[in-house]
Design a protein around this ligand. Structure first.
Ligand SMILES: [Zn+2]
Length: 86
């Protein structure tokens, strides 16, 4: 789990793009991301106390932005922006 406030999210998104993880939306705020070894992780994006929290089921330790979380959150941000536009 990591928060967007404590992460260099722009650079992390660039890194995640280079790895081309496959992201599938389960529902708004919940995503399934395939890692490089073919296994899929579930990522939750939500707000807690005003902080945007990203919670991935992979073993990356707390406070570190994993590529699955970053890939999911970049899709989440795009969808959220589209929702706000309507
Ligand atoms: Zn992960």
């Amino acid at each position: 789990m990591f928060t967007l406030e404590t992460t260099e999210i722009a650079r992390a998104i660039e890194n995640a793009k280079a790895l081309h993880p496959k992201v599938r939306m389960i529902r708004f705020g919940e995503y399934s991301v395939s890692g490089s070894t073919g296994n899929a992780y579930t990522v939750h994006c939500y707000r807690d106390n005003g902080q945007k929290v990203v919670d991935c089921s992979c073993p990356t330790r707390d406070g570190i932005a994993c590529k699955h979380g970053v890939a999911a959150v970049s899709l989440h941000i795009a969808i959220a922006a589209r929702k706000r536009a309507h």
